[in-house]
Ligand binder design. Structure first.
Ligand code: PYC
Length: 423
């Protein structure tokens, strides 16, 4: 069934801005509130980038607009608003590289597709290697990347210095930089803009976004989904897509589906702004740190997930201390910089560091979960692939390797070597 469209959102353009400014006209609302309807063709749980993108591509690519997105909090309140907004496709497995490269392709066209400035900045991505084992993994990744048409190459320490003069690449440090995997198309994006851009476009196509609407139970009859019970009432639906992070296993529990997920907090921090000096995204797996600089000049840092499973989203002093010591090994010159804020998000870790996507043994119940620390990069392609999977009731080809059944079949897609930092 196709739901009536709300009028397409006002077009953002310099001309539109000037016209509205001169005429003192307000911009129309971008997201509308709705009562819950008694039934939907598809219910998506989670209003993060994955859920919003899935709804958008269901509507645009398949004409399915009778869709509700439910979130117990607000748009982008989970990992989609808490990540460090790094994009890359320099993965290790052919399946992973092809998948994330499609996401980069969609991200490149997103501002145009959504008529929303998502501030994608392709500034280059460096993954530093401090020992021979890491250098071997970088060469392996570079070869797989090149074979699949992804721009990555291994560079030596002198070249690293040329790309990022502020990094200490001298040989007399405790963990000298031997070289790096250099991935010029990698970069950063403005995550809130992506979330709001998808939300605005999906809303305009007739998708209903229900914030502050918690899923309490999922009803099944004879092994197939028939409805969802929420804090605002019950809905009948034949299709549920679980796009949550942190709560993914609790939602799957509602249909008695067990997933191999362990949830860990991942912390991040941002400094006061300084004049821009760091041009690329810098990652050091063995020093457990990644850093980029925003256009406003703040340094945004992240590290490994906390060592213990938890649902806590609080920052810790231990994290800041460790982060500072590792960052200063790489960039001693920033020792006077002050940290302004820190926060945490939840990461569902899988045994092979690859996500779990697509069909499940419960008919009508689909998953897009297990995103570890790399979910944001995959928002557009996951949305596109899950929309395709739901529309055709079969696993979309680009995610065929990522089905839940790989764990029982022993077909793991090992991406640990391409995770940003050691976990
Ligand atoms: O996998 O590139 C990555 C990443 C960056 C921050 C967290 N994970």
């Amino acid at each position: 069934m196709t739901r009536a469209r709300t009028p397409y959102p006002a077009k953002y353009s310099a001309f539109g801005l000037a016209r509205r400014g001169l005429r003192h006209r307000k911009w129309p609302r971008t997201i509308h509130s709705h009562d819950l309807a008694p039934s939907y063709d598809v219910v998506i749980i989670g209003a993060g980038v994955h859920g919003l993108a899935a709804a958008y591509y269901l509507a645009t690519n398949h004409g399915i607009t009778n869709v509700a997105i439910l979130d117990k909090s607000y748009i982008g309140s989970g990992g989609s608003g808490r990540n460090t907004a790094i994009l890359r496709s320099n993965y290790l497995t052919p399946e992973g590289v092809a998948f994330y490269e499609r996401s980069m392709e969609l991200y490149r066209g997103l501002a145009h597709d959504l008529n929303y400035n998502v501030m994608f900045s392709q500034r280059g991505h460096l993954t530093l290697a401090h020992d021979d084992g890491a250098m071997r993994t970088m060469r392996w990744r570079a070869e797989v990347n090149k074979l699949l048409g992804v721009n990555s190459e291994v560079i030596d320490a002198a070249e690293v210095h040329r790309v990022e003069p502020r990094l200490d690449v001298s040989a007399d440090t405790r963990y000298p930089v031997l070289g790096a995997l250099y991935h010029p198309p990698g970069g950063t994006i403005r995550h809130d803009a992506v979330n709001w851009g998808y939300a605005r476009a999906a809303d305009a196509l007739g998708v209903e976004i229900h914030q502050q609407t918690e899923v309490l139970a999922i009803d099944t009859v004879g092994g197939r989904v028939v409805g969802v019970r929420t804090s605002r009432g019950s809905i009948s639906t034949p299709v549920v897509l679980n796009c949550t992070a942190g709560w993914a296993s609790l939602i799957c529990d509602m249909v008695d589906l067990r997933l191999p997920l362990v949830t860990h907090p991942l912390q991040a921090a941002v400094t006061e702004p300084v004049k821009v000096f760091l041009h690329s995204v810098v990652v050091s797996g063995s020093r457990h740190v990644y850093v980029s600089q925003t256009d406003r000049g703040e340094l945004v840092f992240g590290a490994s997930v906390d060592a213990y499973p938890s649902y806590s989203m609080r920052g810790s002093l231990e994290f800041t201390e460790e982060l500072a010591s590792h960052v200063l090994e790489l960039m001693p010159s920033i020792s006077a910089l002050r940290v302004m804020r820190q926060w945490a998000g939840l990461c569902d870790m899988t045994p092979d560091y690859s996500p779990i996507m697509g069909t499940t043994p419960v008919e009508g119940f689909f998953v897009d979960v297990g995103w570890g620390t790399y979910g944001y990069k995959a928002g557009p392609v996951s949305g596109e692939a899950l929309a395709d999977t739901i529309a055709h009731s079969r696993q979309a080809p680009i995610i065929s390797a990522f089905n839940l059944d790989r764990f029982a079949a022993g077909r793991l897609v090992g991406e640990r070597g391409a995770a940003s930092v050691g976990h």
